[in-house]
Design a protein around this ligand. Structure first.
Ligand code: GLY
Length: 575
């Protein structure tokens, strides 16, 4: 989830968009990192300099994000990584996907967020101990490193330890996020101790931009992790988490932590244009929805129509509407529900649904239903606050990693003595059928709360290859908007010939079936285009910018090109 953007940034975007020009992308002949923080990009590049590969660098960057951007993602949360191994010494290239998403505690129950009258209790899945799911980040990063890293683990953790111990200067994003989530953050003594300072009168007050935040307890936790990553799940940190859960009424137990293991999954890969796209399968909805939208757009000449032509926008919105209707009904943790991945992403299904799209008129979302059981059965034969980072090394190995604590600063609960901020990923479940979560997403049975189940995600770390060689990595935070942000980044590069910087900077739109209206970035669309679409029945909600996309592309001449979303404070830089 993005915090209130800066007015200056909006003006920059508008001016750039009006001239059709954006700042130049980063360029390098050797390696590139694009992350949501200059500290994380620097750490990734330092690891690459020291002989680490893309996996070492991505793990180091993710740990640094956990220290400097705890409002987005951290070791108290979870995520997904898609890894592309370029193939050396006669080995074929390989793309793998690691699921280190949080899981519901064993004591979770379907009605845990309902009050005595059966209605959802506001805030229970979002703020405080009851919102916490079993964290996966530490196990996931360790698993990535164990399988594909080259540098000693302790050296990969070191940049994060140094930043936690020595401190870093907080920026606008930190200050804005803290102000936004102040009510929950000030509820807990350990959270205040971790994220507030004392003024001259001894009162706890928020940090201001440029002030240095040191997190000594987090540094100690990271040192434990540097010695043994399992210490998070079975050692001092695990005991502290369990004690805090008991004290605050949370459900995560010692057995939940002990039993946590990340899962290697087959990435969801399919050809598109002259590329092979690979991203996350369920329990992310990202891959399924991305492919479903791309299939629905098959045959639409986006390039010929031109960027932001009303006909192109119309088709985009209508395709997003269908895919998010299916997401609400059919997507969930595949260990608990049958997810019709092949059917929803098939050309046959897309053809059926395309036939229902009226070229001249916006469909009402109430008229757009998810795929029926009969449709899915007939198709059977034919055959998704967060942080994204991308790293590409000199051998063209690539990591596309999106991880999160969910809403800004997660649950707001810092575990005493550890500096660990816990997620509120339980809000990504459907607390009750049809009741929207913090991102306005609705769901049903497929994404109901069940013990041990993974809450449905929208995270869409993407790697595209061409002829087996890396072409592009992209991803973004933004809850429900992640999928459409990654989609538009891809379309901007492939169909609209934008470089990676322009692709992540260009104004975006978002439709998610419900609500009915399409989100547009302020001043991102000219009034004539908007008016033409309103005549077809579209309605728009103009909002501040969202997402924080990162993109790295490998050009045919061997140059790496990187872009970091100007809506955030991230940096793309080459070695
Ligand atoms: N918590 C946002 C997502 O996983 O989609």
């Amino acid at each position: 989830m993005r915090r209130a953007p800066l007015v200056a940034l909006t003006l920059l975007l508008c001016a750039a968009s009006a001239r059709g020009a954006f700042p130049a992308p980063a360029r390098s002949q050797s390696a590139m990192a694009a992350t949501a923080s200059p500290y994380a990009t620097e750490a990734a590049l330092a690891v690459l300099d020291d002989g680490g590969n893309a996996v070492d660098a991505a793990v180091a960057a993710a740990l640094v994000i956990s220290v400097v951007n705890p409002f987005d993602a951290g070791i108290g949360g979870g995520g997904f990584a898609v890894v592309h191994l370029a193939g050396r010494n006669g080995k074929a290239p390989l793309t793998r996907a690691l699921d280190f998403r949080e899981r519901a505690p064993a004591a979770a129950t379907r009605g845990m967020y309902l009050g005595p009258d059966g209605s959802v209790v506001a805030g229970l899945s979002l703020d405080g101990h009851m919102s916490v799911a079993v964290p996966g980040t530490v196990a996931g990063l360790a698993e990535l490193h164990k399988n594909h890293g080259r540098m000693p683990w302790r050296l990969v953790v070191k940049p994060a330890i140094d930043l936690a111990r020595n401190g870093f200067a907080v920026g606008d994003e930190w200050v804005g996020s803290f102000a936004w989530r102040k009510d929950v953050l000030t509820r807990f003594a350990a959270t205040r101790a971790a994220f507030m300072k004392r003024d001259a009168a001894g009162l706890e007050v928020p940090y201001q931009k440029g002030e240095v935040l040191k997190q000594r307890e987090l540094a100690r936790t990271l040192q434990d992790i540097a010695r043994n990553p399992r210490s998070f799940y079975e050692g001092r940190v695990a005991s502290a988490i369990v004690e805090e859960m008991k004290a605050g009424g949370g459900l995560v137990s010692a057995a939940d932590l002990r039993g946590y293991l990340p899962v290697w999954r087959d990435p969801l890969c399919a050809p598109w244009r002259d590329l092979e796209l690979c991203t996350m399968p369920p329990p992310s909805s990202g891959g399924v929805a991305l492919f479903e939208i791309l299939r629905l757009l098959d045959g639409v000449d986006l390039r010929g129509l031109g960027w932001h032509h009303p006909d192109a926008i119309h088709r985009l919105i209508e395709s997003m509407r269908v895919a998010y209707a299916d997401r609400a009904e059919h997507l969930g943790d595949p260990a608990f529900t049958v997810v019709p991945v092949a059917e929803l992403t098939s050309s046959g299904y897309a053809a059926q649904r395309r036939a229902g799209i009226d070229e001249r008129r916006a469909t009402k979302s109430s008229e757009v239903k998810a795929a029926t059981a009969a449709q899915l059965a007939a198709l059977k034969a034919e055959s998704p606050d967060t942080s994204h980072l991308s790293v590409v090394d000199g051998e063209r190995n690539a990591v596309s990693l999106t991880f999160t604590v969910n809403y800004g600063f997660g649950s707001g609960v810092v575990v005493p003595g550890t500096g660990v901020l816990l997620n509120d990923e339980m809000d990504d479940f459907a607390a009750a059928p049809g009741v929207p979560n913090a991102f306005g997403l609705v769901g049903g049975d497929a994404n109901s709360v069940q013990p041990g189940k993974v809450p449905l995600s929208s995270m869409t770390p993407l790697i595209a290859t061409k002829g087996g060689k890396l072409f592009l990595t992209a991803g973004s935070p933004g809850g429900s908007t992640i999928i459409t942000t990654v989609l538009q980044t891809l379309l901007h590069v492939v169909d609209y010939d934008m470089d990676c910087q322009a692709a992540v900077a260009a104004p975006r739109l978002h439709h998610q079936w419900l609500p009915e209206s399409t989100r547009l970035e302020a001043l991102g669309f000219d009034t004539a285009t908007k008016g033409a679409l309103e005549l077809r029945g579209h309605s728009f909600t103009v909002t501040p910018g969202w997402g924080n996309a990162m993109c790295i592309r490998a050009l045919d001449d061997g140059t790496l090109e990187g872009g970091a979303d100007p809506r955030g404070e991230g940096v793309a830089r080459g070695q």
